[in-house]
Every structure is written in structure tokens, then in C-alpha cells.
Ligand binder design. Structure first.
Ligand SMILES: C[S@@+](CC[C@H](N)C(=O)[O-])C[C@H]1O[C@@H](n2cnc3c(N)ncnc32)[C@H](O)[C@@H]1O
Length: 273
């Protein structure tokens, strides 16, 4: 029975290697118990196959592998998470970008929310940019995640009462409709974001982005995977562009070309060539 299963050392090694190779997510001895409990849950959902049998399944069945990876992700997020980042976006990044792009022939800012979870981050960016961008500036947001369940919630854009904390009242009134049990993002705002499945271990094909948000995602990767992801972001970004990572994350000591920027609101990174 799944309740009795014990993740033997050899199984732990096999699972953690597969997870790492497929997603960059790095389970260590310290967070082994998290993997074990999520795996038990998944095995229960699948009718309690053995650890070994399930490992064989995910090794050959790409769809089941996707569902498994989904089940081991941590998706905690909220609207306006780390307000200081949004202050830096409003008061530093946007004014800089408008200067940089003035006369470039393009009046559209391209933004990527990578590891967007259930959508709170890209909807926050969209609300803020809708408020502050002067005409004729426009924005486009791509938001991606490895979790299909999260992407479904994000696309559905319904948030229970308990999840709308942090949204200023005027934004709530302007960008959401009150529905039974919670709030639904208005279609105009929803239409500004394209949600896509994307695994950060692969190249996204996105290019010329002006701003990347990848917050509280690389914290689950080891340094090699973090560096690889950051270098892929570099390739997807425009020559003068900005990158936000989580406030407890850092590129310090990592082999990337990003420049560290300290603003009075928050720290961030930029590609400035
Ligand atoms: C803790 S949430 C962060 C959400 C949001 N960025 C924030 O800061 O509130 C981390 C998200 O990263 C996603 N993630 C983890 N590994 C990933 C990968 N290899 N590719 C794409 N997304 C990944 C998870 O599915 C999860 O939804």
C-alpha cells in the first residue's frame, strides 16, 4: 500500500535524477521528505503502484511525466507579491524602458512571467501596466509554467475571496467582476496575457523581451540549472532589458552576464549591452 511505501535510497536517487534532468528542480537530502509525501499522494491517485513501477511509467510515458512533475511543484503565490518589485517596476524600470525604446519604432513592451503559477503575478503586472503606461505605449505578457493545473486556474481567472488579499480596492473594482464565492478577472485584462505551458529547461523561443519576471522559481534549482536558465533568459531578452528574480534569490557568484541594479525600491538585474 502507498501508505507503507518507503523511498529507499536507490529509489530516491533515481527519482531525484529524473526530476532534475527533466525540470532542473533539485531535491536534496533535506527536502527528501517533501518528495516522498508528494510521491505518495501521486501513487494514491494512480491506484497505488509501487515506487519502481511508477518510475518505469514516468520514464516511458511523457504525459504521465508531465503530471508527475506538476504534482511535485510548489506553487505558492499571491497578488502583488513583494510590492517593492512593483514599485521598482513603476518608478524605475518603466521610465527607463520608455526612454530606451523612444524612437525605436516599437511602442510595445514585451514581458514574460516565467513560472507564473496560478496567474497572480502576470495579472498583477497587467493591472499595474494598464494603470501607468502612457499612450501610445502598449504591453504584451506571456506567462508560463510547468504546472498544467496552475495554468488552468490562471486561464480560468477565478480567485476565491481568500486569494484576492493584497489587491487595492480601486484595482479590484476596475479589473475584476464579483462572482459567487470570489472574483473573476475581467475579459479585457485576461486578453492581455497569453498563458503557455513551458518547461524552463528548454529554450522558449521568445526573443526581444523587455522585462522578465522569474521570481521564486530558481530557488528550487541547483546552481548549474540556475545558471543554464539565466543564460537562456539572457538570449530571450532585448539588448537593454530588465529581470526580476525573487527577493530571496541571487545571481551572485553565478556565471551570467547580468548586471546587478540596486534601486531605492528593490534590487533587480539588467542586460545592458
Ligand atoms: C513558488 S511559484 C512562484 C510563482 C510566482 N512567480 C511568484 O513569485 O509568486 C514557482 C512556480 O515555478 C514553477 N516551476 C518550477 N520549475 C519549473 C520549470 N522547470 N519550468 C517552468 N516552471 C517551473 C512551478 O510550477 C511553480 O508554479
Amino acid at each position: 500500500m502507498a501508505d507503507d511505501v518507503f523511498l529507499a535510497d536507490a529509489d530516491f536517487e533515481a527519482y531525484r535524477k529524473l526530476i532534475y534532468n527533466e525540470s532542473g528542480i533539485h531535491f536534496t537530502a533535506t527536502n527528501r521528505s517533501i518528495l516522498e509525501s508528494r510521491l505518495k499522494e501521486r501513487l494514491r491517485e494512480k491506484g497505488n503502484p509501487s515506487m519502481r513501477a511508477y518510475f518505469e511509467t514516468i520514464s516511458r510515458d511523457k504525459e504521465e511525466l508531465k503530471s508527475f512533475l506538476d504534482s511535485i511543484t510548489t506553487n505558492l503565490t499571491r497578488f502583488f507579491r513583494n510590492q517593492a518589485h512593483f514599485d521598482a517596476l513603476e518608478h524605475f524600470v518603466i521610465p527607463e524602458l520608455l526612454k530606451i525604446k523612444q524612437g525605436s519604432g516599437s511602442n510595445t513592451l514585451k514581458i514574460w512571467s516565467a513560472g507564473c503559477s496560478t496567474g497572480e503575478e502576470p495579472y498583477t503586472i497587467a493591472m499595474l501596466l494598464s494603470e501607468i503606461l502612457p499612450a501610445p505605449w502598449k504591453y504584451e505578457i506571456v506567462a508560463s509554467d510547468i504546472s498544467l493545473k496552475c495554468l488552468m486556474t490562471a486561464k480560468d481567472a477565478f480567485y476565491a475571496e481568500s486569494r484576492i488579499v493584497g489587491i487595492p480596492d480601486n484595482y479590484l473594482k476596475k479589473y475584476f467582476n464579483k462572482v459567487e464565492g470570489g472574483y473573476k478577472v475581467r475579459p479585457e485584462l485576461m486578453s492581455r496575457i497569453r498563458f503557455d505551458y513551458h518547461n524552463l529547461k528548454n529554450d522558449s523561443g521568445l526573443r526581444n523581451l523587455d522585462i522578465v519576471f522569474c521570481r521564486n522559481v530558481i530557488i528550487y534549482f541547483d546552481e548549474a540549472a540556475q545558471t543554464a536558465v539565466m543564460n537562456r533568459f539572457w538570449d530571450s531578452m532585448a539588448s537593454k532589458s530588465f529581470m526580476f528574480i525573487g527577493h530571496s534569490e541571487s545571481l551572485f557568484g553565478m556565471n551570467t552576464k547580468f548586471e546587478f541594479v540596486k534601486t531605492q525600491w528593490a534590487t533587480l538585474y539588467r542586460k545592458y549591452i
